[in-house]
Design a protein around this ligand. Sequence first.
Ligand code: BGC
Length: 805
Amino acid sequence: MKHPEILQKLSLEQKCALLSGKNTWQTQDYPKQGVPAIWLSDGPNGLRKQAGAADHLGLNPSVPATCFPTAATMANSWDPALGEEVGRALGEETAANRVNVLLGPGLNVKRSPLCGRSFEYFSEDPYLSGKMAAAYVRGIQENGVAACPKHFAVNSQELRRMASNSVLDERTLRELYLTAFEIVVKEAHPKSIMSAYNKVNDIYANENHHLLVDILRNEWGFDGAVVTDWGGSNDHVEGVKNGSTLEMPSPGLGGARKLLKAVAEGSLTEQEIDLRVDELLELVLSTTTAMEKAPRKFDEKAHHELARRAAAESIVLLKNEGGILPLKYGKKIALIGDFALTPRYQGAGSSMVNPTQVDSLKDAMEAAELEMVGYCAGYERSGKQNQAYLDEAVSQAKMADVVLLCIGLDESSESEGLDRTHIGIPAVQKQLLDAVTAANPNVVAVVSAGSVIETDWVEKCKAVVHGYLGGQAGAMLAVLTGWQNPCGRLAETIPLRYEDTPAARYFPGRKQNAEYREGLYVGYRYYETANKAVRYPFGYGLSYTTFAYSDLKVNAENVTFTITNTGSVAGAEVAQLYVAKPDAKVFRPAKELKGFVKVFLKPGESKAVTITLDDKTFRYWNVATDRWEVEGGNYQLLVGANVQDIRLTAEIALPGTGAPDPYAGKALEHYRTAHVQDVPDAKFEALLGRPLPEETTAIDRTMTLGELNHSRSPLCWLIAGVLTLLLRSGEKRGKPNLNILFQYNMPLRGLAQMTGGIIGEETVDGLVMEAKGFWVVGILRALVGLVQNAVANSRYQAKLDEQCR
Ligand code: BGC
């Protein structure tokens, strides 16, 4: 224990209450015992401190803060040092606003491009995700405040996000979905971590002993606080028992009462409570001390400039035919597209920042005094047809030498709470693109989107620049003009079509289970192994200069080689190290990223670079020995500019750990060949090593409000009906209602978590009875429960008040 003297001063009631929040963003405080409250705020790409009305969906305003590029954008920089700088600035703003814990970064591996929160996550690759996230955490925590990497773990879809069960084999869990978290925990020591809403192999992540105790705490040595996602505490007693520390937001004192009862009944010990309280005290005290010393202001201008630099380093040039870019002075430019005036620069939901200022491409172009034929919106952001806009765009395109066409995804196309249904851009934008490219062949598509989009229109454009979501400062003009040589590289593959993606037939899990049948073959791991053509491969990005690779040398510790800038302008290259073992006995992806380095070079300059090999370079998770092993034999070390463009190759022989092939004799041909798009039940079960969990819509606390139509109560049907109607009307308006979406996907027990203590477990039990068809008894139970809960909470609060006096 780190704080035995405080633990001694706290009563059991106080300790139990400390393990749930005091309100939406703060923890309990006991001034007499020297325990202050701490403040936790979103989010990954900027601080979202709600000083007034609070919500966890970004609906109410927050204090102004710098909106940095989102994680999906920053990952394209492949620059952990830059990530650390951004983290440092985030931490500074966090401390200046007297927030102790910044809820981020988000580092879930991108299983499918349809996930509504893709913009908030780094990459389809765990190594890149882990390295970027670790950099953020180091930067944030340098200010003494805590980072809270999220969502641990296997959280890949928004549909049924609080009620979905991620079903996957242990090897896929370890190699793909946990490796990024392992890197962040071991290399950056976050003071807290956020557990995911979902279940992992039948057990809620927040109650999952295997995840929270065996792996996170025992294997990786995490000694911080595990914080639930907001409303993600299914059973607080189970959580606390299995390594979860703090339940957020405040469910009133219902959680504390459950803990007290469990201790009284002997199903939980006071020592177990003490362990968790000690972790929380450490988080509270260490961050409070540091914060008290922190300045109350931050340099807004400097952070804005950092946001600009971060965006500039992350923009990816996908196509540049005939050197149309950089733009030449004297050329007449038409700037077309609503995003040029009102930039799409961040995602929607809990990560939504109230920016200190926002720069638009139009303003930047006007300030740069480029020769413009004009600006026009081209399309309605809402997706509504507008012939006048289209005509205006065509006439401007006809007058211009070059057209900058700003397209992409609007705010409602990607958001927390909602998965996308396709990866195309809105139809009105496609129409515009057709019309404008027909009117003028010199079109540069400038894309804003937080994730992968289908680019089947790419042949019609001379150049394509993907800016992702660049944050409040934006840097597109710098790249378009060549003031900044583009040096972003894709942190995720752009497929030819959505149907080509490995989980296309499995994503999202619509019922209880989300089955990860594609196993290890996510992103480029799939395309490279199954030999599937893609539009733009993982790691891809162009530059205004060229680079040559030479002199590869490898040994057991590292790989060294030389990169030369062979062009005429300064630029940066992202050299990537992939490992392959074509003769592997234990099936594995054809190539896996195991290191990378970003090198800035002047024209003609050469630099020798080193990538260090580490414990992750050759390992695989062996499900028979239940540990990391290395297969003996020859490995290829491939150095390249992207996963397909390998420039240098060397081999290394390793003795290996001699473990037996865990899959010997098993019919796993789908996994040996990576033909994983249609894995039959039996084959997936063979990989899992157990039967698939059953799927039944049980009428219990875990039934979602949207599922209440399967209940036996007219009242519940009405609730489900009204929610569905509201949802549909939001969809029709092209503006999804995040609040309704959250409620639709929320299990009944969420009512006890998300109502600040008004509704307690007693009422939830009554509603379950109601749903089971006990119409009158159920509703009476629910109503009586409201009173019981209020009385029990106020008695508990009185005791706490007395003990604090
Ligand atoms: C999100 C978290 C976020 C929390 C608090 C949840 O809905 O999943 O990422 O940190 O709300 O806003």
